[in-house]
Design a protein around this ligand. Structure first.
Ligand SMILES: C[S@@+](CC[C@H](N)C(=O)[O-])C[C@H]1O[C@@H](n2cnc3c(N)ncnc32)[C@H](O)[C@@H]1O
Length: 268
C-alpha cells in the first residue's frame, strides 16, 4: 500500500482563487492537514476527508513542524491520499520546502501544487499592481517576522528601486518603516497594509511610509505590507472598485500625508 501526498497552495482565502488541481486533490483526499490561515471555504471542499488543523499562528500553541511531517508520512505509509494544505503558495514562506524534503527522505511519493501567493494576491486584491510601467519594474517579497529576516534584503535595496512586499510583517511595521526611511526612502512614499485579502473581511490601510508605524489596524487579521509608488495606482482605481468605503481618514504626521483605512467587501 502506498499513499501519496499533495503539498497544495490554498491561495489567499477566496476559494475561487484555488487552482483546478487543488480542487481535484481536495475532492479525492482521505486526509487534509491544513494551516491556520487556510479559509474554511477551502477546507469545506473536502467533506469526505478527515480534516485536521495543524496551523501555526503567532502566540498560539501549534503542532511542531516535525509532528506535521510525521503525520503526513505515517498517513501516506498507510496508503492514504494526503493533502497538506498551506495558505498562498506552499513554497513561499511556508516551510513547504522542508516538508517536501522530509517526504523525499522518507521515500513518499508526492507532488507540489503551486498556489496564488498573498505576496501578489494581497496587493492585487487592493488594486495595487506590484509592477507598473514607469513606477516599478520589479518587486521584492521579504519575511517580516524577525529583523534578521528583512534587514539584509531591505538594507541592500536602493530607495524606490523596487516595490517592497512584506509578509508576516504587520507587528514589525514600525521597524520596517524606520529602516526604509533611514535608507533614504522619501517620507511620502505610498504604503499600504492589505489584511485578509480576497475574503469578506478584507481591510486596507493606506497612507505615507512615515505614517506606517502609526497605522491603526485590526491586529488579528493576516496582513501584507506594500511600500512603493505603485500603491498610488490603487487610489486612482478606487472609484472603479465596487463596494469600497472609506471608514476612517486621519491626517498622519508625514508631510501632506493622509492615512486612510478602507473596508473592501469583495464578496457579494
Ligand atoms: C506564513 S506566511 C505564508 C505565506 C503564504 N505561503 C503565501 O504564499 O501567501 C503567512 C503570511 O502571509 C500573509 N497572508 C496570508 N494570507 C493573507 C491574506 N488573505 N491577506 C493578506 N496577507 C495574507 C500574511 O503576511 C501572513 O502573515
Amino acid at each position: 500500500m502506498s499513499g501519496f501526498v499533495s503539498l497544495v497552495g490554498a491561495g489567499p482565502g477566496d476559494a475561487e482563487l484555488l487552482t483546478l488541481k487543488a480542487v481535484d486533490r481536495l475532492k479525492r483526499a482521505d486526509l487534509v492537514l491544513y494551516d491556520a490561515l487556510v479559509s474554511a471555504d477551502v477546507v469545506a471542499l473536502a467533506p469526505q476527508a478527515q480534516r485536521f488543523p495543524v496551523g501555526k499562528r503567532a502566540r498560539r500553541k501549534s503542532f511542531e513542524q516535525r509532528t506535521i511531517e510525521r503525520l503526513m508520512i505515517r498517513a501516506a505509509q498507510r496508503g492514504k491520499r494526503v493533502v497538506r494544505l498551506k495558505c498562498g503558495d506552499p513554497f513561499v514562506f511556508g516551510r513547504g520546502g522542508e516538508e517536501a524534503l522530509a517526504l523525499a527522505e522518507a521515500g513518499i511519493a508526492f507532488e507540489v501544487i503551486p498556489g496564488v501567493s498573498s505576496a501578489v494576491a494581497a496587493p492585487a486584491s487592493a488594486g495595487i499592481p506590484v509592477t507598473h510601467r514607469g513606477l516599478a519594474s520589479g518587486f521584492i517579497a521579504v519575511s517580516g517576522h524577525a529583523e534578521e529576516a528583512y534587514r539584509p534584503a531591505l538594507a541592500s535595496l536602493a530607495p524606490g528601486a523596487a516595490t517592497v512586499v512584506v509578509l508576516m510583517g504587520v507587528a514589525h511595521r514600525a521597524d520596517i518603516a524606520r529602516l526604509l526611511l533611514e535608507r533614504g526612502w522619501p517620507k511620502d512614499t505610498p504604503a499600504a497594509i492589505v489584511m485578509s485579502a480576497s475574503t469578506a473581511e478584507q481591510h486596507v490601510w493606506s497612507g505615507a511610509l512615515a505614517d506606517l508605524p502609526f497605522a491603526s489596524i485590526p491586529e488579528h487579521l493576516p496582513g501584507t505590507l506594500v511600500v512603493g509608488a505603485v500603491v498610488s495606482v490603487a487610489q486612482q482605481l478606487a472609484p472603479q472598485t465596487t463596494g469600497t468605503a472609506v471608514v476612517c481618514a486621519s491626517p498622519g504626521p508625514a508631510e501632506g500625508g493622509l492615512a486612510r483605512q478602507e473596508q473592501q467587501h469583495v464578496h457579494r
